[in-house]
Design a binder for this molecule. Structure first.
Ligand code: MLT
Length: 245
């Protein structure tokens, strides 16, 4: 099992440098909503996911593929991108839409965190929907593991920190050892405080409030479901596949 004294938590994409991850493993977290959409898509049969850091990259990659094989997905400041097939609501990623497709995804923070973590030894994508798969994957780690919260444009976000805290809380069965890093203590304490009312807490988060005007009401309750999918998105050569598949 990954050791908590080797673990750290970063609270936004901007809070780390690419080099910080060399020789470490990373869990990229974006509860609202990139990670939740990716996990849902892979569970519903998407073949693979190509995360990109910019819209132009998504379009460029799509031009090299057959039209029937891919979907352009994602958002810009919460809005569906004009000309793309799907936005970033996990509710859109149903089996009839995504099965056997390659998804090319660009989002404001989540895919940027994934791209920035390219030097990590191993990389997973996690959210409440696949909490158990992440915990299971960490059982095989004896290296340094960093939980990377995507946050929002450099700021921390409640929902991502809560998920990081839930992983730490479950790893130590609710008793945090003393020799942990500050980020681990902060995430653990936040989760400890809110664990019995996760959805209520996440509903009041900055990003949930920001999304209220833009997305279907169902997104927040959906992303708060714990262990809905047995999916482990893992990075192989720049592409996310389901390692549990
Ligand atoms: C992001 O990558 O910042 C998010 O997934 C934004 C969103 O809620 O669509």
């Amino acid at each position: 099992m990954a050791r908590l004294d080797y673990m750290d938590v970063y609270f936004s994409v901007q809070s780390f440098q690419e080099e910080d991850l060399r020789g470490k493993s990373a869990v990229i977290i974006d509860v609202l909503r990139a990670a939740s959409s990716m996990v849902t898509a892979l569970s519903n049969g998407a073949k693979k996911i190509i995360p990109v850091g910019a819209m132009e990259d998504a379009v460029r990659i799509a031009q090299t593929m057959d039209n029937k094989d891919y979907l352009l997905c994602g958002e810009q400041n919460g809005h569906k991108i004009e000309g793309f097939h799907l936005g970033n609501s996990p509710l859109e990623y149903t089996e009839d839409v995504v099965a056997d497709k390659t998804l090319i995804i660009n989002t404001t923070n989540g895919t940027k965190a994934i791209k920035k973590a390219a030097l990590a030894n191993r990389m997973y994508v996690g959210c409440f929907l696949n909490q158990k798969s992440i915990l299971k994957a960490l059982e095989d780690h004896d290296d340094d593991v960093v939980l990377i919260c995507s946050g929002w444009q450099g700021k921390m976000s409640l929902e991502d920190t809560l998920f990081a805290g839930s992983i730490i809380y479950k790893m130590c069965k609710g008793k945090l050892p003393k020799n942990t890093k500050d980020g681990v203590k902060v995430a653990f304490s936040l989760y400890q405080g809110y664990k019995d009312e996760l959805e209520k807490a996440i509903e009041t988060s900055d990003h949930a409030i920001r999304l209220k005007e833009l997305v279907p009401d169902g997104d927040i309750p959906f992303v708060c479901e714990v262990d809905k999918f047995d999916v482990l998105p893992g990075m192989k050569d720049g592409i996310l596949i389901n390692l549990n598949g």
